[in-house]
Design a binder for this molecule. Structure first.
Ligand code: B12
Ligand code: SF4
Length: 481
């Protein structure tokens, strides 16, 4: 038996290209592959860097999809079905809208794959596939298998060494899919398993995909202590609660942390409160940046445009902050109401969702009616801000001669600049001053790593409910569907 696992290319048809390397390999499908019984042949095809062969694929085809990739996932599923294949769809979008996914699939896996994918395989073998696979408990984090990295070609990616140590988040920011997917708690993998996995990663550079690597202070301390002797360099995501526990950030730095992604989101305290991101305080942003820089950690900060309080001045104010406060790398997005989130429900109930093509739900299109801005102004301001931040002038102003301006920071800025340059309409914003650079991480880091940190929705939490954390034990009920 053969299984083919597919990562569809996200975004609009015209914007899909294989000219630039995807950032990271699909940890989701490498994990699903690792759950597949040993006697089943498995292949992973990532459409961002490979072509899909509809003929030679396995009889069972598994497809993952974020919302931005959902339309393409359905197209691929429909084509495979024409070739007589059996389709299973899983991932964050199918979990939010399982019935929509079911129209294009023989089975839908709702939520995490552990404990469900094994049943899919055995049911398929018996010819008794069910339409939906869900469960009453969350997987025990100690049962998360080591992803099958041998199924991808690391050279296809900017950074191949990605790893997950925790799942979920105890908070519920209105715009974020994490809590609707994971159900509101925080589960951690046993440290010895994580260390074993990291030890086997080639090269020195590692990216933790966890939504908040300092989400549980005790776990974070143990993790960083265990990481220190491994001599790795790493980047991850952390919340501004770091200000309460500076010792943890020092330990992170001592264990090789060179960059942290921080979800700042907005400079408005009112918006932070409305979005449920009360753990962020505007007046603490500079202090957090200063603290991280003192420890030699670069700050990758995310900002979102289009909140109801945002007026036309939001773009300039944000750029000014990014430049003056010394943000090393900025990730900008247009507010996007992902299905399953509180934001989606609110905007939907207010009749403000105007776009139903999921391919446009990628953080760089306006898919709803903003309150104080016209959709055109929002898009224009977003492009202007990105173009400005990644102009050479701004990069040099921001990075100058700071301690945190290590190769990682330069590389990431140039990688962003290259990507921003590829999709911004240069004639409109006029601030990208050259053709996009062609970069390879190997050149920038002397061959030690395959790439740089990248873009992703802003993360950041206040101190999580420590009682919600369970090490190595499943612990909560399946969310309401
Ligand atoms: C790393 C990451 C990225 C990386 C890499 C993505 C990649 N190639 O894997 C990068 C930086 C490229 C990225 C980009 C974006 N991301 Co992102 N990303 C993440 C992050 C932090 C971790 C994903 C991960 O690797 N998890 C580890 C694996 C093991 O878990 P998993 O993916 O959940 O997979 C499990 C299950 O979902 C399930 N499963 C998944 N697929 C399938 C398929 C089958 C067949 C089966 C059976 C099961 C199954 O089984 C797996 C094991 O249990 C998540 C947050 C999160 N916690 O999920 C956001 C997240 C997925 N990203 C998000 C967003 C919004 C984006 C961007 C739009 C951001 C932007 N503005 O550009 C882009 C779009 C990218 C795209 N192609 O669609 C949102 C998605 C929301 C949504 N509804 O779509 C998330 C959930 C973050 C959030 N806070 O809301 N992202
Ligand atoms: S704290 Fe971060 S991961 Fe948690 S819900 Fe908010 S944005 Fe999502």
């Amino acid at each position: 038996m053969k299984v083919t696992l597919i990562v569809p290319c996200a975004g609009e048809k015209d914007s899909r290209s294989k000219s630039s390397k995807p950032l990271f390999p699909p940890l989701s499908l490498m994990t699903v592959a690792a759950l597949t019984p040993a006697d089943v042949e498995v292949e992973i095809v990532d459409e961002s860097c490979q072509n899909i062969d509809f003929e030679s694929a396995g009889d069972l085809v598994g497809i993952t999809a974020t919302t931005a990739a959902a339309d393409r996932a359905y197209e691929i599923a429909d084509s495979f079905r024409e070739h007589g294949k059996t389709i299973v769809i899983g991932g964050v979008h199918a979990t939010a809208l399982p019935h929509e996914a079911a129209a294009h699939a023989d089975a839908v896996v709702i939520g995490e794959a552990e404990g469900k994918w094994e049943s899919v395989i055995s049911d398929f073998r018996r010819g008794e596939l069910r339409k939906f696979y869900t469960g009453n408990t969350r997987p025990d984090p100690s049962s998360i298998p080591i992803p099958r990295r041998n199924l991808i070609n690391p050279r296809n990616y900017l950074l191949a060494n990605t790893i997950q140590t925790t799942r979920g988040c105890p908070y519920n920011c209105a715009f974020c899919s994490v809590t609707s997917f994971f159900g509101g708690t925080y589960r951690v993998r046993p440290i010895d398993l994580v260390v074993e996995e990291i030890k086997n990663l080639p090269g020195r550079f590692v990216l933790f995909v966890d939504d908040n690597i300092i989400g549980h202070t005790g776990y974070a301390r143990s993790l960083f202590t265990a990481l220190r002797p491994l001599g790795k360099r790493w980047v991850g995501q952390a919340s501004l609660t770091m200000l309460k526990n500076p010792d943890i950030i020092r330990m992170a730095s001592d264990s090789g942390c060179v960059g942290l992604f921080v979800g700042m989101e907005t400079l408005s305290d009112e918006t932070l409160a409305r979005m449920g991101k009360k753990m962020n305080r505007r007046q603490e942003y500079e202090r957090a940046i200063e603290m991280l820089h003192e420890l030699g950690i670069a700050v990758v900060a995310s900002f979102v445009f289009g909140f109801d309080d945002d007026g036309e001045d939001v773009f300039e104010k944000t750029v000014e902050f990014v430049e003056n406060a010394g943000v090393d790398v900025a990730q900008l997005s247009i507010l996007t109401p992902f299905p399953g989130t509180r934001l989606y429900r609110e905007l939907y109930n207010q009749g403000r969702i105007v776009e139903t093509r999921w391919s446009l739900y990628d953080g760089s299109h306006v898919v709803y009616k903003p309150a104080k801005l016209s959709p055109e102004k929002l898009l224009e301001g977003f492009k202007w801000a990105y173009g400005r931040i990644y102009s050479y002038g701004s990069i040099i102003r921001r990075l100058g001669c700071r301690l945190a301006s290590r190769p990682f920071v330069w590389f990431t800025n140039l990688a962003y600049r290259s990507r921003v340059g590829q999709w911004l309409d240069k004639s409109e914003n006029g601030t990208i001053d050259i053709e996009p650079a062609t970069l390879t991480a190997d050149e920038s880091f002397g061959g030690d790593l395959h790439g740089a940190l990248s873009s992703q929705e802003g993360q950041g939490s206040s101190q999580p409910d420590q009682a919600a954390l369970v090490v190595g034990k499943p612990h909560f009920e399946e969310r309401d569907k």
